[in-house]
Design a protein around this ligand. Structure first.
Ligand code: ZN
Length: 382
């Protein structure tokens, strides 16, 4: 197939037409590898437990500017709710429709075309341009960036600055740049007692008071007052489940779930230790257990060279000054932050994961110009 590498919209369409619903063999990466090789990039595929990943780079010296993203998409969802084929990549009235049109095949197309335009105008960069592309961001993510990045580094590659092309914009393209994310911890507290008749409490052990005491301790836990760029860390109890329909039965067990969104004042493992100590393990014949899992650590890229270049590129193309924020969910930037400064900028996220996912053709072209400008200013300063 001949790919059009001058037009980010045409390349977005080609990528969307590959139905790369996680988990899958990633046909979009086959196209990308072909496109990047035709531009002179050296590519390498990394396959971990059935997950496809791709690394590509061009250039030889330092510094290395890396674009990172994912080619997998979430399922179509309510297929009947779509007004167009989710993998048809139809353009209607200046709007491109399809699964991945926001999250994030348009971002990846913009990476490639911005690089192509840069190479056409400037020749080889004084450094590297690279792409770190995974096929597992929307799924469990175990064999995506988490594995790919250390493998790439073990193979002698190096990252100095990284931009993740996730859809970060809210109302207008470029209004939000993310330079950090909060961490997230999920917990389940389970209290197991002994079922019995409410009239004979001495013959049973009610798990409810023990569970409620534990939740009160959790809610009373002082986390912090915020940190640079972040709101205070926050704990929410999200459900309490007993499933007891009777008035006269003391239930055998009760569970509650909670989530903590935490800023860089905390490490997930420290929070887990602290909560275990706080909650304890038992009381009044009731056994208490807490299961906790950290799904992402908090990170923060201090405003500096990388964010200044991104802000400058957005300003030059749109006239808008983006806001640097750390809100929203987690992304693969949580792995990249251990290696180099990382920030995120992409199209508007309003339609991500929805029925009739779409992005305007204008937005895709402007994003591509922002990325181009970013490359030009990055290597001009190198
Ligand atoms: Zn995404």
């Amino acid at each position: 197939m001949t790919l059009n590498l001058e037009d980010p919209v045409a390349l977005s369409q080609a990528l969307i037409r590959q139905p790369t619903v996680n988990p899958c063999h990633d046909g979009a990466q086959d196209l990308l590898a072909e496109a990047l090789e035709s531009l002179g990039f050296r590519t390498r595929r990394y396959h971990f437990e059935g997950v496809d990943n791709l690394w590509a780079r061009i250039g030889t010296a330092s510094p290395n500017f890396c674009f990172a993203g994912h080619t997998d998409v979430v399922p179509v969802g309510d297929a009947a709710g779509w007004t167009t084929d989710p993998f048809g990549a139809e353009i209607r009235n200046g709007v491109l429709y399809g699964r991945g049109a926001a999250d994030m095949k348009t971002g990846i197309a913009a990476f490639v075309v911005a690089s192509a335009r840069y190479l056409a105008d400037h020749g080889q960069p004084k450094g590297w341009i690279s792409l770190l592309i995974t096929g597992d961001e929307e799924g469990p993510g175990l064999y995506g960036t988490r594995r790919l990045l250390p493998a790439v580094i073990a193979d002698g590659e190096k990252l100095d600055h990284c931009l993740v092309g996730e859809p970060t914009s809210e109302d207008l393209l470029g209004d939000i740049v993310k330079n950090g994310r909060r961490g997230s911890l999920n917990g389940v507290i389970k209290a197991v007692g002994k079922q019995g008749h409410v009239a004979y409490p001495e013959k049973s052990a009610n798990p409810m008071p023990v569970l409620l005491d534990a939740l009160a301790k959790l809610r009373g836990m002082k986390l912090d007052n915020g940190s640079p760029g972040f709101q205070p860390s926050n704990l929410e109890v999200t459900t309490i489940d007993v499933g007891n329909a009777a008035h006269n039965v003391i239930p055998a067990q009760a569970t509650a779930k909670f989530n903590i969104r935490f800023n860089p004042n905390h490490k997930g493992a420290d929070l887990i230790d602290r909560i275990r100590q706080l909650v304890g393990s038992a009381g009044s014949g009731v056994t208490l257990s807490v299961d906790m899992r950290v799904t992402g650590e908090a990170f923060y890229t201090n405003p500096g060279k990388l964010t200044e270049l991104i802000v400058g590129a957005v300003k030059a193309e749109t006239g808008r000054t983006p806001q640097l924020t750390t809100g929203g969910g987690t992304s693969d930037a949580r792995y990249i932050k251990d290696v180099c400064p990382v920030a995120e900028l992409g199209v508007r996220n309003e339609m991500a994961h929805k029925v009739d996912e779409h992005t305007t053709v204008d937005e895709i072209e402007t994003l591509c110009r922002i990325y181009y400008r970013l490359l030009a200013s990055y290597f001009a300063a190198a």
